[in-house]
Design a protein around this ligand. Structure first.
Ligand code: WT7
Length: 631
C-alpha cells in the first residue's frame, strides 16, 4: 500500500476521488478486522453524520499489538529515552508491550472500568502513558488524555465534560531540570469532579503524594493483583476510541471525538506513506502524547504498522541544545518528526550543539504544528538532513485525526514552507468570504475539505450541535478548517495560518476567548482583548490588552498577578507574552472589539490601521498606540 512514485500518487489520488469507497475499502483490507463492513462510507455534512466501515468489528490494539506477535514479537515497539541522559533508556518489544497492555487493561477492569467508560489520563512521557492509552482501547474504554501542562481547573473541566470515571496519573513528571507534581494537580482538580471513582497513580519521581483511602491506588500494587491475559473487547468501527480536547475561537475547549475503525485506517495509512516507513527503521516523533500528534504518530499510526517508535520524556534543550541530536545518534533514528518551534529554538544556539552530532542514520524529516518559515526549513534541511533527507511539512489538525496535506517522502518534490499536495482521499478547496469555491491556481482563500476521510472527527463530545456549528455551518456541505491557505501555480498548498480567533503558540492551539476569560477573572480587571503577534521562536505570541483602572497599583506586580491567574485557570502554556494596560478597547458601535486594529498594534505596525471611522470612540486607538510606544 506504499506509494513509491509521483505517478503512483497521481493514480491513487484519482482513484480516491472517483471511487472513494473502493479506494479506502482496499486500504482497510491490510488491517485486522473481526468482522468485515457492509458499507465503506455513508455520510452527509449537514447534520453532520459520517460512518466509515459500517458494521465492521475490530479492536485497534489487536492491530497495534497482537497481529505483530507471530513474526515480530521481539522487535522493539517502543524505545523510551528518559529526561536524564545518564539514566538508561528502555526498550519494550511488541511481546513485552502486549503483556503490559493486557495486564494494565485488567487493572482498569479491576478498578471498575468497562466498555464505553471515559478515563482521563494525565501522565508524563513514560512508556506507561502509552500502555494506559492502549489498555483503555483494549477494554473499549474511551481515553481522554490531558497534556501535562494544563492546570487543575482545565483538567476538572475536561473530566466533568466527559464524566470520567477513572483517572490515571503519576506522582510527578520531569521536564528538563524542573519537577512537576502531577498528582497534586489532580488532587486539586478532583475536588470538583464527582464522577471520578478511582485514581491509579504511577510512581515516577517518587515525590510525596497524598493517597486517599478508597479512591487512590498505586499502579505498581495493582499490577501484582492481575495476570497478563486480556481478550480484546470487540468494538464497532464507529464506537468511540478517544476524546481529545482542543481550543476554538469561542467558549470552552471542545472534546473532539474519534472512532475506532476509520481513525485506525487513516493513522496507519498516512504514517506508512508520508514517512515512507521501512521495516526495521527507528522513528522518533518529538511531540507529547497529550496532543493529537502523539496519539496518531507516536502510538496508533506507528504501532499499527509494526514500527519502532521512540518516546522521549525530556525537552530539546536539556541538559543542552544538542539533546535531540544525541537521541538521534544513540538510537540510530531514521525518521525524525518535530515542530517548527523546536527547530527555531535550536537554530538560535548556532552550530556548537551540532559539533558532535553524526546524524548519519537520518533518512526522512518531518515538521508539524504551524507554518514553517523558510529560514527554519533550510536550516533543518542543511544542518540536520545534510541536504539528503526529504522534509515532509505535514498540515493537519486534531479534528482531522491524521495528516491531510503533505509531501510523501521521496515522492513529492518539496518546496520550503509549502505543505504541497493533498494525500489520496483528501479533497481540499479554497473558498472566498461569500462561500464561493475559488477555482484554478495562483489563488488564496479559506481552506475547506469537500469530502469525508476516515480519520475525521465524528462529533464534539456531548454537543453535536457545536460540532455542526463550528465545522460544517460556515460553508454548506464542506468541512471548514479555520485556516487560510494559498494554492500556487503548481497547485501546491501553503497554509498561511488561522483565520479565526485561535492563536498558535509553539504549535499549541489557544483560544483568545479562553485567555480573555481567564484574565477577566482577575480582581480589578474590567475587560481584556487578546490577540496573537509574530514571535521569533514560538511562531505566535500572546498579546493582552487589559483594562485595569487601579492606577495606584504597582503595574509590574499586577502583571505578574494576571499571569498567575491565567496559569491557574488554563495552565502556564496560555500565559500572555505581553500585557498592555489600557483605559479602553476599540469597539464598533454595536460593541464588537475590533481585533484587526489590536493585531496591527501588537505587531508594532501603527501606520496601517485601516478604517477606524466605524469606531465608537476613535480616541482609544490613539491612547493605546501611545501606551504601546512608551513600553
Ligand atoms: C492547526 C491545528 C495536528 C498537528 C498538531 C496541531 C496549524 C498544523 C501545520 C503545518 C501550517 C499547521 C493549523 C491547524 N498547523 N500543521 N504543517 N503548516 N500550519 O494540531 O492543535 O489541532 O492545530 O495547526 O493552523 O489548523 P492542532
Amino acid at each position: 500500500m506504499q506509494i513509491n512514485s509521483i505517478e503512483a500518487y497521481e493514480l491513487a489520488y484519482q482513484k480516491s476521488v472517483e471511487k472513494p469507497e473502493q479506494f479506502w475499502g482496499e486500504i482497510a483490507q491490510s488491517f485486522h478486522w473481526r468482522k468485515p463492513w457492509f458499507k465503506v462510507l455513508s455520510w452527509n455534512f449537514r447534520d453532520p453524520e459520517i460512518k466509515w466501515f459500517e458494521g465492521a468489528k475490530l479492536n485497534i490494539t489487536e492491530n497495534c499489538l497482537d497481529r505483530h506477535l507471530a513474526a515480530h514479537a521481539d522487535k522493539a515497539a517502543i524505545i523510551w529515552e528518559p529526561n536524564d541522559p545518564e539514566q538508561d533508556s528502555i526498550t519494550l518489544t511488541y511481546k513485552m508491550l502486549h503483556e503490559r497492555v493486557c495486564r494494565f487493561a485488567n487493572v482498569l477492569k479491576r478498578n471498575g472500568a468497562k466498555k464505553g467508560d471515559r478515563i482521563c489520563i494525565y501522565m508524563p512521557m513514560v512508556p506507561e502513558l502509552a500502555i494506559a492509552v492502549l489498555a483503555c482501547a483494549r477494554i473499549g474504554a474511551v481515553h481522554s488524555v490531558v497534556f501535562g501542562g494544563f492546570s487543575a481547573k482545565s483538567i476538572a473541566d475536561r473530566i466533568n465534560d466527559a464524566a470520567c470515571k477513572l483517572v490515571v496519573t503519576a506522582d510527578g513528571a520531569y521536564r528538563g531540570n524542573k519537577k512537576i507534581e502531577l498528582k497534586e494537580v489532580i488532587d486539586d482538580a478532583l475536588i470538583g469532579c464527582p464522577t471520578v471513582e478511582k485514581v491509579i497513580v504511577l510512581t515516577h519521581t517518587r515525590t510525596p503524594v497524598s493517597m486517599l483511602k478508597g479512591r487512590d491506588v498505586w499502579w505498581e500494587d495493582e499490577v501484582k493483583h492481575v495476570n497478563d491475559v486480556c481478550e480484546a473487547e470487540e468494538m464497532d468501527a464507529e464506537d468511540l476510541l478517544f476524546i481529545l480536547y482542543t481550543s476554538g475561537s469561542t467558549g470552552k475547549p471542545k472534546g473532539v471525538v474519534h472512532t475506532c475503525g476509520g481513525y485506525m485506517v487513516y493513522a496507519g495509512y498516512t504514517f506508512s506513506n508520508v514517512f515512507n516507513y521501512q521495516p526495521g527503521e527507528v522513528y522518533f516523533c518529538t511531540a507529547d502524547i497529550g496532543w493529537i500528534t502523539g496519539h496518531s504518530y507516536i502510538i496508533y499510526g506507528p504501532l499499527s504498522q509494526g514500527a519502532t517508535s521512540v518516546i522521549f520524556e525530556g525537552i530539546p534543550t536539556y541538559p543542552d541544545a544538542s539533546r535531540f541530536w544525541q537521541v538521534v545518534d544513540k538510537h540510530q533514528v531514521n525518521i525524525l518528526y518535530t515542530a517548527p518551534t523546536a527547530i527555531r529554538s535550536l537554530m538560535s544556539y548556532g552550530d556548537e550543539p551540532l559539533k558532535n552530532a553524526g546524524l548519519e542514520s537520518l533518512r526522512v524529516l518531518g515538521s508539524v504544528g504551524e507554518p514553517i518559515n523558510e529560514e527554519a526549513w533550510h536550516w533543518f534541511d542543511e544542518k540536520i538532513g545534510k541536504g539528503n533527507c526529504p522534509i515532509v511539512d505535514t498540515w493537519w489538525q486534531t479534528e482531522t485525526g491524521g495528516i491531510m496535506i503533505s509531501p510523501i517522502a521521496n515522492v513529492t518534490k518539496t518546496k520550503p514552507s509549502y505543505a504541497t499536495l493533498p494525500l489520496p482521499g483528501i479533497q481540499p478547496c479554497l473558498v472566498d468570504e461569500n462561500g464561493q469555491e475559488i477555482i484554478g491556481n495562483g489563488v488564496s482563500g479559506n481552506l475547506c475539505i469537500k469530502f469525508p476521510w476516515p480519520g475525521m472527527l465524528r462529533t464534539t463530545y456531548g454537543d453535536h450541535e457545536r460540532c455542526r456549528q463550528t465545522y460544517f455551518s460556515a460553508y454548506p456541505d464542506m468541512y471548514f478548517t479555520g485556516d487560510g491557505c494559498l494554492r500556487d501555480e503548481d497547485g501546491y498548498y501553503r497554509i498561511t495560518g488561522r483565520v479565526d480567533d485561535v492563536i498558535n503558540v509553539s504549535g499549541h492551539r489557544i483560544g483568545t476567548a479562553e485567555v480573555e476569560n481567564a484574565i477577566n477573572m482577575h480582581a480589578g480587571v474590567v475587560e481584556s482583548a487578546v490577540v496573537g503577534f509574530p514571535h521569533e521562536v514560538k511562531g505566535q505570541g500572546i498579546f493582552a490588552f487589559v483594562i485595569y483602572p487601579e492606577h495606584h497599583a504597582d503595574e509590574e506586580l499586577t502583571r505578574k498577578d494576571i499571569l498567575q491567574t491565567v496559569t491557574r485557570m488554563i495552565g502556564a502554556i496560555a500565559k500572555p507574552d505581553k500585557i498592555l494596560f489600557v483605559s479602553g478597547l476599540p469597539k464598533t458601535r454595536s460593541g464588537k472589539i475590533m481585533r484587526r486594529i489590536l493585531r496591527k498594534i501588537a505587531e508594532g505596525d501603527m501606520t496601517n490601521l485601516g478604517d477606524t471611522s466605524t469606531l465608537l470612540d476613535p480616541a482609544v486607538v490613539t491612547e493605546i498606540i501611545d501606551r504601546a510606544q512608551k513600553k
